[in-house]
Design a protein around this ligand. Structure first.
Ligand SMILES: Nc1ncnc2c1ncn2[C@@H]1O[C@H](COP(=O)(O)OP(=O)(O)OP(=O)(O)O)[C@@H](O)[C@H]1O
Ligand SMILES: [Mg+2]
Length: 368
């Protein structure tokens, strides 16, 4: 069993607390991404799991065995059954591809025949078998990262710890590597912890995602769909993609977006927290969760800016004193009455709204 458990971990440097009471459980064989803004403590979590640093408090277990923290001697990195790949290409420039990948086995004094067999097998797995005699300087960035992955896999670790391993690559290669990491995991069954600040990577690669805020607090753990579609709070909602907010109030006639008429249809007020019935709230929605219509009974809006981004049209609209962003499928827009122009009026029909505490949304906005 290669579950990974962080139990009420605290970690700080000098007077700075990076993590406090941080708990997380990664399941056997899953690909878990830890996602959060720069500086929130993701790499610190990973370094503690790898054994390069120790927690100040709490306990860490890998595969059911406590490896550091509370009352145990810290187990050194090479005895933790982990493979690690960092953002910087950690391949040795003076060694060939084969020698780089074989290195951990050589350190373990593996038999030569076994070393050759296992090295060739992982090189095959990452598609680098044909380049085994090359030096890293003769490889592309993506190929170097494949070598680093192969080297991390060669000792058959229970857990792979990946720290932004593909963020230095260009967009096409990143996409390809995302796919390859997934495939690798399916083939080997290894448990993966992948840390990144890139939402798109996390959504594409993860079985589950943990979202951290800038204070090192884990806000939500869930599947990509849960995190994206059912965020527990406005921080997660905002962090996962373009987020629109419109202030709303509940009146005798129902819930009204501030400065707008008419009240929202009742089906859209689902989830409106009755405890905050008379308090101000924020309605949150994504750019493609709204239908723009030429006329009808929706909320009035004015088109301020239009940008045609190929497959998609991106609009900035003014609604009751707020600005929002809406995105429409270009082909669909062309088929249904054409693309709106700046200065056009339209009616908005919301497909989905989420409700957030207004004060929190405003204070988060001020902090950005
Ligand atoms: N050795 C250290 N000494 C002092 N402070 C440190 C040390 N390592 C990390 N920190 C601090 O801990 C915080 C978390 O750092 P960490 O590297 O984990 O961020 P991160 O989430 O990985 O960010 P990024 O996405 O930019 O890689 C930062 O404020 C950082 O300055
Ligand atoms: Mg980092």
């Amino acid at each position: 069993m290669a579950t990974v458990t962080l139990d009420t971990i605290s970690k700080g440097y000098g007077r700075k607390h990076v993590l406090q009471d941080f708990s997380l459980e990664i399941r056997d064989g899953e690909c878990f991404t830890l996602l959060g803004p720069s500086g929130c403590g993701k790499s610190v979590v990973l370094r503690m799991l790898a054994g390069f640093e120790n927690p100040d408090d709490g306990a860490i277990s890998i595969g059911g065995r406590q490896v550091s923290g509370r009352g145990v001697r810290s187990i050194p990195p090479e005895e933790r059954s982990i493979g690690v790949v960092f953002q910087e290409y950690a391949v040795w420039p003076h060694m060939t591809v084969f020698e780089n990948v074989a290195y951990p086995l050589k350190m373990q004094k593996c038999l030569q025949s076994e070393l050759e067999r296992r090295t060739r097998s992982v090189l095959d797995l990452v598609g680098m078998a044909a380049l085994e005699t090359r030096l890293p300087s003769q490889l592309s960035g993506g190929q170097q990262q494949r070598v680093a992955l192969a080297r991390a896999l060669v000792s058959k670790p229970l857990v792979m710890l990946l720290d932004e391993p593909i963020s230095n690559l260009d967009a096409n290669l990143r996409e390809e590597m995302r796919f390859e990491i997934r495939e690798l995991q399916k083939e080997t069954g290894v448990t993966i912890l992948y840390v990144t600040h890139d939402q798109e990577v996390a959504l594409a690669i993860a079985d589950r995602i943990g979202v951290m805020d800038d204070r090192g607090t884990l806000r939500q753990v869930g599947t990509p769909r849960e995190i994206y579609d059912d965020p527990v709070d406005s921080f997660v909602f905002r962090f996962m993609g373009i987020a629109n907010f419109l202030p709303a109030v509940r009146t005798g006639r129902g819930v009204c977006l501030e400065g707008c008429d008419p009240p929202l249809e009742s089906r859209l007020c689902d989830g409106f927290d009755t405890a905050s019935e008379n308090g101000p709230v924020m309605a949150g929605f994504r750019p493609f969760e709204v239908d723009m219509r030429r006329s009808g009974s929706g909320i009035q809006a004015l088109v301020k800016r239009v940008a045609l981004l190929g497959a998609m049209v991106d609009y900035r609209l003014e609604v009751g004193g707020s600005e929002i962003r809406i995105q429409q499928d270009t082909a669909l827009a062309l088929r249904s009455g054409g693309i709106y122009r700046e200065g056009d009026h339209c009616c908005l029909v919301f497909e989905k709204l989420r409700w957030f505490d207004r004060e929190t949304v405003e204070s988060e906005r001020d902090r950005q």
